[in-house]
Design a protein around this ligand. Structure first.
Ligand code: PMV
Length: 328
C-alpha cells in the first residue's frame, strides 16, 4: 500500500464571494466565509507515493524539483497525514497543471485538493472528507472548496482550533450549470502571493473591518440568488464582493494592485455586454485575469467579445466541474 504511486485530479475553483484575510495565521483560518464554483477544463494531476527509502519528502512540479517554499508547504501538509495515520514514511510527490501556475488561476486550490486526495488514497483512505477539507484549507485557504464539484462554501468558522472552518458542497453543478470564460491577460507569476497580500491588507487597509463584517450578509445573498437561480442577483453580489476585495487591496499602504490595463478594459467590456442583454458578470482574483461567469446560451458570444478586447492573450471556456477524485 505504501509504495505504489496514487494519482488524483482536482480542478480550480473561482470564488464568487471572496476569501481575503485570515483570522488565525498559524492555523490558516479564514476571516471571511467564501462561496465558489468549481471549473472543469483546468486540471491539476498529483501523484503521491510513501516510500521506505526516502529521508525527506521529494516534491516535483511539472517534472522539476519544486521551489523551497512550495516543497515546504507540501511537506507541512504531508506531516499532518503522517501524524493522523501513524506513518513515518516520507513521500514522493509529482504535480502538474494544464494551465499557468500562480497567475490568479487558483493553482494552489486545485494543487492542494489533489494532494490531500492522493495522499489519503496512498495511505489506504484513513481520513474522511471533512478532515480532508480541513487539511486542504490549512494548506491553502481556497483549497478545501476544490474538493467539491459545483457550488461550494468555505465556512469561516468560529472555534479557535478551526474545527468548524471546513468546506462543503452546497449544490452540484446540475443545480444551475453556469459557464465561465477566463480571459488571460498575462501569464507572469504574481509579485505578491495571496497570503502575504492578505496579511498586508489586514494590517494597513482602512477598509478591513467593513470587509470582514460584510461577509455574513454577502454569503447569505449569494446563497439565496443561487438557490433561486437569479442571475441578476448573483451578478450584483458577486461583482460587489470582488470589487470590495480589490478596494481593500488598493487602499492598503503601500497599495496593492493585481490588475493590468487589460483587466480594466475587460471590466468595461463585461458591463457593456450585460447592458446589451447578455447574461454575464465578472470576477477577478489575486491576479490580472478576468473570469466572466455566464449562462450557457451566452457563453459563445461572451467568449467572442472577450477575445477581441485589447491585451487579451487567450480565453479558456469552462463549465462547472466535479470535485477532486482518485484516478489510479
Ligand atoms: O487560497 P489562497 O491563499 O490562494 O487565497 C485565494 C484568494 C482569492 O483567490 C483572491 C479569493 C478566493 O476566495 O479564492
Amino acid at each position: 500500500m505504501h509504495n505504489k504511486p496514487t494519482s488524483a485530479i482536482a480542478h480550480p475553483n473561482i470564488a464568487l464571494i471572496k476569501y481575503w484575510g485570515k483570522r488565525n495565521k498559524a492555523l490558516n483560518l479564514p476571516a471571511t466565509h467564501s462561496l465558489s464554483i468549481t471549473l472543469n477544463t483546468l486540471v491539476t494531476t498529483t501523484s503521491v507515493s510513501f516510500l521506505e527509502d526516502l529521508s525527506a519528502d521529494q516534491v516535483n512540479v511539472e517534472h522539476q524539483p519544486a521551489d523551497v517554499n512550495f516543497s515546504q508547504r507540501v511537506s507541512t501538509c504531508l506531516s499532518q497525514f503522517r501524524t493522523l495515520s501513524n506513518t513515518r514514511l516520507f513521500a514522493k510527490v509529482d504535480t502538474s497543471n494544464n494551465f499557468p501556475t500562480a497567475a490568479g488561476l487558483a493553482s494552489s486550490a486545485s494543487g492542494f485538493a489533489a494532494l490531500v486526495t492522493a495522499a489519503n488514497a496512498a495511505l489506504g483512505s484513513p481520513l474522511d472528507t471533512r478532515m480532508l477539507a480541513l487539511l486542504a484549507r490549512q494548506a491553502s485557504g481556497s483549497a478545501g472548496r476544490s474538493l467539491f464539484g459545483g457550488y461550494a462554501i468555505q465556512h469561516r468558522g468560529e472555534t479557535n482550533n478551526g474545527s468548524d472552518s471546513f468546506a462543503e458542497q452546497l449544490w452540484p453543478a446540475k443545480h444551475w450549470p453556469l459557464e465561465v470564460v477566463i480571459a488571460i491577460t498575462s501569464t507572469a507569476k504574481k509579485r505578491i502571493g495571496s497570503s502575504a497580500g492578505m496579511l498586508h491588507c489586514a494590517k494597513t487597509s482602512p477598509y478591513w473591518g467593513n470587509w470582514v463584517e460584510q461577509s455574513d450578509t454577502d454569503i447569505s445573498s449569494a446563497k439565496a440568488a443561487i438557490e433561486a437561480r437569479d442571475f441578476a442577483a448573483l451578478a450584483d453580489i458577486s461583482e460587489a464582493s470582488c470589487l470590495a476585495m480589490h478596494a481593500v487591496m488598493q487602499a492598503s499602504r503601500p497599495w496593492l494592485l493585481y490588475w493590468n490595463a487589460a483587466t480594466v478594459e475587460l471590466i468595461h467590456a463585461v458591463r457593456s455586454m450585460r447592458g446589451a442583454g447578455l447574461a454575464v458578470f465578472f470576477t477577478i482574483d489575486a491576479g490580472p485575469q478576468l473570469k466572466a461567469v455566464c449562462l450557457p446560451e451566452d457563453a459563445a458570444a461572451v467568449e467572442a467579445q472577450l477575445t477581441s478586447v485589447a491585451g487579451v492573450k487567450r480565453t479558456i471556456r469552462c463549465q462547472l466541474g466535479t470535485g477532486a477524485r482518485v484516478t489510479s
